[in-house]
Design a protein around this ligand. Structure first.
Ligand SMILES: Nc1ncnc2c1ncn2[C@@H]1O[C@H](COP(=O)(O)OP(=O)(O)OP(=O)(O)O)[C@@H](O)[C@H]1O
Length: 232
């Protein structure tokens, strides 16, 4: 089975900090896996995601994504890899409020030529429509400015934006923190189905331990990280 993420002897320290926040001897995630990464607030989950997404760079050690060692790529190449191969679902969704739901989704492929190319013969607009429909948004909701949608609907728009153009990896940073349990479980099921349809790897980060049973693999950050203990 090929590898999606491979960390080896990773060390990361924020400027000015005394100790490394992250010190991870090893972590491997295969392509197509659905992994929950759990950790307390402040334990370094978002920082780790930023390292995997090539937003931050490591002090030492290796971060390989889809076989590419990020340390060997300049910032432009890392940005390209992220745009083409990683769909990111943010905690606050980061939608543009006055754009329609569908326009928010299609924007994802604007700066990602490989994602655009992977779309079938249909237009980007058609693909966005299908994805949003699969995620449960009506055609009317798809045309509404995103700020007029409920939190649960906005979250589905953010998921569709991450999924459009079949990136190899979806990184989801606490995307369910604003939802009740029924909506949360339903959203995770929809996300699984969408990832399965595209053979996309899912790395889902949360502080909520009750989500672990929903995932085939759950990792506790404190068990793989020998860095500084969270200040909570
Ligand atoms: N840009 C930054 N500069 C300096 N320190 C930072 C920066 N971003 C985060 N940190 C510090 O790194 C530590 C971990 O933060 P991080 O956001 O990675 O944790 P987290 O596990 O994602 O937390 P939460 O669950 O609350 O979102 C915190 O102590 C935080 O203050």
């Amino acid at each position: 089975m090929s590898t999606c993420i491979e960390l080896k002897q990773l060390q990361f320290k924020w400027p000015g900090a005394q100790l490394p926040l992250l010190s991870i001897p090893e972590l491997t995630i295969a392509r197509g896996e659905r992994v929950l990464l759990r950790g307390a607030s402040g334990s370094g989950k978002s920082t780790l995601l930023g390292l995997i997404a090539g937003i931050h760079t490591t002090g030492a050690g290796q971060v390989k994504v889809l076989g590419q060692d990020l340390a060997g790529l300049n910032q432009h190449r890392r940005d390209q890899l992220r745009a083409n191969e990683i769909g990111y679902i943010f905690q606050q969704f980061n939608l543009l409020p006055y754009l329609s739901a569908r326009a928010n989704v299609t924007l994802a492929c604007q700066f990602a030529p490989a994602r655009r190319k992977r779309l079938s013969q249909q237009s980007i607009e058609q693909e966005a429509k299908q994805l949003l429909t699969r995620l449960g948004l009506t055609p009317e909701q798809q045309q509404q400015p995103s700020h007029q949608l409920s939190v649960g609907q906005q979250q589905r728009v953010a998921a569709a934006r991450a999924l459009l153009g079949s990136p190899a990896l979806i990184i989801a940073d606490e995307p369910t923190s604003a939802l009740d349990q029924a909506h949360r479980d339903n959203f995770i099921q929809l996300l699984f189905e969408a990832c399965d349809a595209q053979n996309t790897t899912l790395l889902f980060v949360t502080h909520d331990a009750t989500l672990a049973p929903l995932f085939p693999r759950a990792i506790e950050l404190s068990e793989i990280n020998q860095g500084a203990v969270a200040d909570v």
